[in-house]
Design a protein around this ligand. Structure first.
Ligand SMILES: *Cc1c(COP(=O)(O)O)cnc(C)c1O
Length: 223
């Protein structure tokens, strides 16, 4: 019951138009089932094989989101069913998704992950490189991938001013890219358990909440 209550609390605190992705990585299917029974239908995972196994074990009206770093050779595990890939961080990955989606006869929705955090370690596009890539027109050649918006992971810090600046930067990038990417480019994925209310203040349309729903993860997530 606790999972159901946490989901309800979070939902109640979010504006209606903000999508809640329940991040279930490392948690067992029973926990996901509990969230499902509470009405949650969108789940996020960060490892392709784990995502595939959970997809096979759980009801097929679940919308599965891939939120973690994705290697090109692993796209094939999720291409047949994934609803949204949050982590497109290179032209190579965009091309690989496009190719695998084509094999499945699908158009896969995806977000451009942009590097906004202070740390070097965080993945995502350098914004200037992304801008060059989008302006080159190469993305619009990829007919089996549909770019729906942007995503970021904020700096890992207690300093709210830094996190706010990261979120505001992503929202500004989204606004700058939007005229080039069309009306379906309407998702800003930002905000996790510790910072999603701030992300919503800064314009997030999709929050990715894990530990605040499912509790702490038992093992360290490989990024
Ligand atoms: C794990 C993860 C989350 C959820 O993190 P919590 O702090 O547990 O809410 C969100 N986004 C990404 C990309 C993640 O890898």
């Amino acid at each position: 019951m606790i999972i159901a209550e946490r989901i309800q609390d979070i939902r109640n605190s979010l504006p209606e138009e903000v999508t809640l992705v329940a991040v279930s990585k490392t948690h067992p299917t029973e926990a996901i089932r509990e969230a499902y029974d509470a009405g949650q239908r969108i789940f996020g995972e960060s490892r392709p094989q784990e995502l595939r196994a959970k997809y096979e074990a759980l009801p097929h009206d679940i919308e599965w989101h891939m939120i973690g770093h994705l290697q090109t050779n692993k796209v094939k595990y999720i291409a047949p069913f994934v609803a949204l890939i949050h982590s497109v961080d290179s032209s190579r990955l965009a091309e690989a998704i496009n190719k695998e989606a084509g094999k499945c006869g699908r158009v896969i929705d995806a977000l451009l992950e942009i590097h906004v955090a202070a740390e070097d370690s965080k993945s995502g596009w350098d914004y200037q490189e992304l801008l060059d890539y989008v302006r080159s027109g190469a993305l619009s050649e990829l007919k089996n991938i549909r770019i729906r918006g942007v995503m970021c992971i904020a700096t890992n810090t207690e300093d709210e001013a830094i996190i706010r600046a990261d979120f505001e930067r992503l929202a500004a990038y989204h606004a700058e890219l939007a005229p080039m990417l069309g009306s379906q480019f309407d998702i800003i994925s930002m905000g996790m358990s510790d910072d999603y209310p701030l992300a919503v203040e800064c314009g997030s349309t999709m929050v990715r909440v894990g530990s605040k729903i499912f509790g702490n993860r038992n093992y360290t997530q490989k990024e």
